[in-house]
Write a protein that binds this ligand. Structure first.
Ligand SMILES: Cc1cc2nc3c(=O)[nH]c(=O)nc-3n(C[C@H](O)[C@H](O)[C@H](O)COP(=O)(O)OP(=O)(O)OC[C@H]3O[C@@H](n4cnc5c(N)ncnc54)[C@H](O)[C@@H]3O)c2cc1C
Length: 231
């Protein structure tokens, strides 16, 4: 085949480099924890729930004093951003809760497997107790939560890249950020239309790499709040 598709997720720039193409993307590490709600605090029919206000983590007065005494732990007393969210995971008698929260977004090079701060599960649980106070029962008694996650690969405006690259026969499908599971059928369909030379939908240009060459699009980017709505 004379067709090459770069679909390497967080590594699209590493693969792009093989054909001399630098893509305008960056990566953020996003974690999640899974733990057993052995006390049955969360009813299993509860849907995905998102806390959309900033929070302060709950600490006892003694903990507060101790954390405040040291430079490297003082941040735990400061305000944390909105966005802690959770849902029950698994069917039947599954006790598993999935909890996600990215409170310290920063751009970074992808490293596999990703590693997370030892504090991460406890911070996430404490943050979630602002929405579900009864979950405080698990503070210091969480057992061994499973911690994992991955990278959101993003463009600055958080809009994916789907379409041809400036090397004949090469295409990109990537920068699907934190919504790629939901968006992949449409993104795949759009890419297939490019490759097969099918009739293009009217939104196709909005996802192409060459959109950045359009001065009107660049102007639009100046006032674009790409953090809004992205968990
Ligand atoms: C914690 C977390 C929670 C998320 N939750 C949701 C959610 O609830 N809903 C949602 O819609 N999305 C969610 N996402 C986002 C979603 O997972 C991504 O948007 C999606 O996986 C991106 O798909 P992709 O195919 O571009 O990249 P990936 O899924 O990363 O796939 C890229 C593939 O390329 C392979 N690869 C890389 N380099 C090479 C190479 N050199 N040669 C060959 N193969 C290579 C990799 O092994 C990988 O299989 C979440 C992401 C994270 C991290």
């Amino acid at each position: 085949t004379a067709t090459f598709v770069n679909a390497a997720g967080p590594y699209i720039n590493n693969v792009g480099a093989m054909i001399g193409i630098k893509l305008p993307v960056f990566n953020e590490l996003h974690g999640k924890i899974a733990f057993n709600d052995t006390l049955g605090i969360i009813p299993r029919h509860v849907p995905l729930m998102i806390w959309n206000d900033p929070v302060y983590l709950p600490w006892s007065e003694e903990e507060r004093q101790e954390l405040g005494a040291f430079e490297d732990t003082r941040w735990l007393l400061e305000e944390f951003p909105a966005g802690v969210h959770f849902r029950p995971e698994g069917l039947g008698q599954s006790p598993v809760l999935l909890i996600l929260w990215t409170y310290d977004i920063e751009e970074q090079e992808p490293v596999w497997p990703p590693t997370f701060d030892d504090f991460y599960p406890e911070i996430v649980l404490r943050g979630l107790t602002r929405m579900v106070p009864a979950l405080s029962a698990y503070i210091n008694k969480m057992g061994r939560p499973v911690v994992d996650g991955g990278y959101y690969c993003k463009t600055r405006e958080n809009r994916p890249l789907v379409g041809p690259l400036p090397v004949e026969g090469a295409y990109i499908i990537g920068a699907l950020s934190g919504f790629g599971v939901m968006a992949c059928p449409a993104a795949g369909e759009l890419l297939a239309a490019h490759i097969t030379g099918s009739e293009m939908p009217d939104y196709a240009a909005a996802f192409q790499l060459d959109r950045y060459e359009d001065p009107a699009y660049q102007k639009l980017l100046e006032g674009w709040d790409a953090t809004s709505g992205q968990l």
